[in-house]
Design a protein. Structure first.
Length: 251
């Protein structure tokens, strides 16, 4: 079966999230349960990501942001860090043509410091080659941290204030949004995490302020489009009020 077939359609949903934030968690536990190394778990997660990208396209999702490597992941063993750096680069190179075929636009969100130059080169090349694609935007969060993104944005604004380009006291939410790593990225509608862990792990903190959170018990390598579609269906049943309220008297 093809991962993605333009003729195949997802189930009908009441609402489809415009932007899904995806924490791909559980690779290590999946591997440990099978007597495998953590790196084998990461390898198994590659097909799961492609499955979810295909399912998102079929469901009509326009933005998917995947947490590939956090600023905190540098605390892991040197061997795992080296593997993840090389693997992120290899996956981009190996799957770039397939994603081009799917009309996927690739973006990168993250910091330059500490990130391997060869990984940055691969990310920027993927951005350039897919820049004119008009389908799903897949943002790869590599060397990304939500707090750090806000700190970096504030530092850019402080510099502009010092240069006289921005007046003190005139800073708004829009001012900050314009300095985020990918300013055009819309707010997150559905924040989805695999493996049953109940935390956001410093991911898209600014963009997820009014997201609907859903935590799946499925370990990431076992995740597929049907799991994604179940999450989208549950999202469709949520009432999003964005701070407003309606009277609903009990009968």
């Amino acid at each position: 079966m093809k991962l993605y077939d333009p003729q195949r359609k997802a189930p009908q949903f009441d609402k489809v999230p415009r932007h899904i934030a995806l924490v791909m968690d559980g690779n290590g536990r999946w591997a440990n349960k099978r007597g495998l190394t953590r790196t084998e778990g990461h390898k198994a997660g590659e097909i799961a990501l492609l499955e979810v990208v295909a399912g998102a396209i079929e469901a009509g999702v326009s933005n998917l942001t995947a947490y590939a490597f956090s600023t905190e992941n540098w605390k892991r063993s040197p061997e795992e860090v080296r593997f993840l750096m090389g693997y992120n680069k290899e996956v981009l190179r190996r799957r770039r043509d397939l994603l081009m075929e799917w009309n996927v636009r690739i973006r990168w969100a993250g910091r330059v410091p500490r990130l391997w130059p060869s990984v940055i080169e691969e990310l920027k090349l993927a951005e350039k080659l897919t820049a004119k694609n008009t389908g799903l935007t897949l943002t790869m969060a590599v060397n990304y941290g939500g707090r750090q993104e806000i700190v970096d944005a504030v530092n850019k604004i402080a510099l502009k204030v010092a240069q006289g380009k921005i007046r003190p006291g005139s800073i708004t939410e829009r001012t900050i949004e314009k300095e985020l790593y990918v300013p055009e990225l819309p707010d997150v509608d559905l924040f989805l995490r695999s493996s049953g862990e109940l935390r956001s792990s410093n991911f898209l903190m600014w963009q997820s302020s009014y997201a609907e959170y859903l935590f799946s018990p499925t370990l990431w390598p076992d995740f597929n489009r049907e799991e994604l579609w179940k999450a989208i269906a549950e999202f469709g049943g949520r009432q999003r009020r964005f701070g407003s309220a309606e009277d609903a008297p009990l009968n």
